[in-house]
Design a protein around this ligand. Structure first.
Ligand code: KG4
Ligand code: ZN
Length: 344
């Protein structure tokens, strides 16, 4: 049994966690920065990086104290090394390196996306490879066949915005505040999902890629028309997103024929409408559906510690010269999606 300390700092959550290789979460703590970024309507990279510098040390001390563990007893230090906002990634990675060096422990430089991708195995020890993963976060919208630790086949990606980004932009357009996903979901509860006709970009197209930019523009037009209550636009937007996610995931199923389960991960997996539609899709195709609890869907360090534990068990540790990588695809061999903009 190995004990892993995990650090996360790739966006606007500073987090530390202690997780064992047999899947016990001994302690996990998180300091969000929402209040700092709210006045700007989005995450400001420089503010985020500075906040991680202040937040991480007490979080690390806190999880060690809570678990009654000394740094000496930790078997490896796992830190997010990308992708994400480079300043924040560097802060967490350098702290992880310093702790690894001071304690004479191996470092595991974790891909944040692998943290999301493997998080379902932390709560479901029976989840075997391969599985089909819908990874939906603020920076990503991908369908991946997870074949093993460090082994990913990207089946689809977004050709423009990530789905969480679409939620955040929609919230901003509708004046619902930041962060947008939970705000849109809350507003949608009081609205009619059929009230506003909105497009479903790429619905039915052969390759299972995603697109959300057109949907965002349609939300803006609907809002400007002054004809629809905000709740109806939010509900209709969420319904359109769900339709796109389900259609695209269904389209990817043939390429994932050996999959043991359909898994969802990333911040947007916290959305109730998304979860229940995916559950129904999995049921219809006799697939197991695994969705981590809400706190494990949004950014956290338990998933980084867990990915660290899986990599450590596979002998995948890193030197202290490991680089911070603002861009770091899980499947480096994936072809560029046709029609994709710069961000894909
Ligand atoms: O995975 P995550 O915490 O950070 C990234 O790695 O991006 O995802 C954050 C994204 C944000 O865009 C946020 O608006 C979205 O997840 N999100 C949601 C919900 N909760 C968070 N989107 C829709 N519904 C939610 N309930
Ligand atoms: Zn994330």
């Amino acid at each position: 049994m190995a004990l892993i300390l995990g650090l996360e700092s790739s966006c606007d959550e500073s987090a530390a966690a202690l997780v064992t290789s047999d899947g016990r979460i001994l302690a996990h703590r998180l300091a969000g920065q929402e209040a700092m970024h709210r006045p700007y309507g989005g995450v400001v990279p420089e503010i985020a990086a500075r906040a991680h510098v202040e937040a991480l040390p007490p979080l690390i001390e806190g999880v060690l104290a809570e678990a009654g563990v000394a740094l000496d007893q930790v078997d490896a230090v796992a830190a997010t090394a990308g992708p994400g906002l480079i300043g924040g990634v560097m802060v967490g990675l350098v702290m992880g390196k310093a702790l690894a060096f001071a304690g004479g422990k191996p470092l595991v430089a974790v891909n944040h996306l692998e943290g999301h991708a493997l998080s379902a195995r932390l709560i479901d020890p029976d989840l075997d490879f391969p599985y089909l993963l819908l990874l939906v976060s603020g920076g990503h919208c991908q369908l991946l066949l997870v074949e093993g630790v460090s082994r990913y086949r990207r089946l689809a990606t977004t050709i423009d915005d990530a789905v969480g980004e679409a939620f955040d932009k929609c919230a901003k357009l509708l004046g619902l505040g930041f962060p947008g996903g939970p705000a849109v979901e809350a507003a949608a509860r009081g609205g009619d999902p059929k009230a506003v006709p909105l497009p479903r970009p790429l619905l039915g197209s052969i390759e299972p890629h995603f697109s959300f930019a057109g949907l965002k523009s349609a939300v803006l037009r609907a809002h400007r028309s002054g004809r629809h209550p905000v709740a109806d636009i939010a509900a209709s937007f969420q319904a359109a997103v769900v339709d796109c996610l389900i259609d695209r995931t269904r389209r990817a199923l043939p390429a994932a024929s050996g999959a043991t389960a359909l898994v969802v991960a990333g911040g947007v997996a916290a959305n109730g409408a998304v979860r229940s539609a995916l559950q129904a899709l999995a049921n219809a195709h006799a697939l197991r559906f695994v969705a981590p609890p809400l706190w494990l869907c949004t950014d956290n360090a338990a998933m980084i510690a867990w990915a660290g534990a899986e990599r450590f068990a596979a002998g995948l540790t890193d030197g202290l010269d490991a680089l911070a990588r603002p861009r770091w695809p899980l499947d480096p061999n994936a072809e560029r999606a046709r029609g994709a903009g710069v961000k894909a």
